[in-house]
Design a binder for this molecule. Structure first.
Ligand code: AP5
Ligand code: MG
Length: 210
């Protein structure tokens, strides 16, 4: 299965993809996680994109496209993949069309108010990227990762100003992709809200993609 997970910041792309990758037995490729990995390890790419991520802006298309092209050419992607956070612009979507043919584009739908609640309470394990929420999806022990016991962190771009900017960037540059893919009959809409547990959202996603 070759799928793209689309949706505003905080829609739950990463949370759903963590379950879907095991269910569909394909790798989960999050461009945000790839950039954060490079930042953490202070690679050249990491140094180049650090301030862009912190502000909530977009990394240039040329850089992002080259990174994804290389990643999906790896052997573990031969039977499919879940792309989370890519494409995010029309030029990225056009470049992806030249690389491969998609089966589904999941569109996670959520209100702006709920996005802000989600992002301001999100916590993350710095080494595994596992995602929590202080209220909606808390770890077993407050502030610690369930498996590694590491201290959880808050992402730099989950501060109020950056959240606002990310939503503006989403509306201007990424939302037009819904139409782009709807015309190609690839969009599968799934409505989510903070009243739905991640497992309930996942069940809807499986139904939409099966
Ligand atoms: P990226 O990491 O992709 O960030 P994003 O799109 O803003 O999305 P998030 O990861 O914030 O949200 P999510 O939808 O994964 O939600 P999550 O599951 O965590 O990108 C970061 C940055 O990298 C970009 O700003 C940009 O700079 C750069 N970048 C990445 N890709 C790029 C590209 N293609 N081109 C250019 N630049 C790029 O859930 C959020 C919270 O909600 C969590 O706390 C979770 O526990 C909670 N939650 C999840 N599900 C539920 C539920 N059902 N009920 C209640 N709470 C829930
Ligand atoms: Mg994510």
């Amino acid at each position: 299965m070759k799928a793209v997970f689309l949706g505003p910041p905080g829609a739950g792309k990463g949370t759903v993809a963590a379950q879907a990758k095991d269910y569909f037995k394909v790798p989960h490729i999050s461009t945000g996680d790839l950039f954060r990995y490079n930042i953490k390890n202070e690679t050249e790419l990491g140094k180049q994109v650090k301030s862009i991520l912190a502000s909530g802006g977009l990394v240039p298309d040329s850089v992002t496209i080259a990174m994804v092209k290389e990643r999906i050419a790896e052997p573990d992607c031969k039977d499919g993949f879940i792309l989370d956070g890519f494409p995010r612009t029309i030029p990225q979507a056009e470049a992806l069309e030249e690389m491969t043919e998609l089966d589904h584009v999941l569109n996670l739908v959520i209100s702006n108010e709920e996005v802000v609640q989600r992002l301001s309470g999100r916590r993350m394990c710095p080494s595994t990227g596992r995602i929590y929420h202080v209220l909606f999806n808390p770890p077993k022990v407050e502030g610690k990762d369930d498996e590694t016991g590491e201290d959880l962190i808050q992402r730099d771009d989950d501060k109020e100003e950056a959240i606002k900017h990310r939503l503006e960037v989403y509306n201007a540059q990424t939302e037009p992709l819904i139409d782009f893919y709807r015309k190609k009959n690839l969009i599968r809409d799934v409505k989510t809200s903070n009243n739905m547990k991640p497992d309930e959202v996942f069940a809807c996603v499986v139904k939409a993609l099966s």
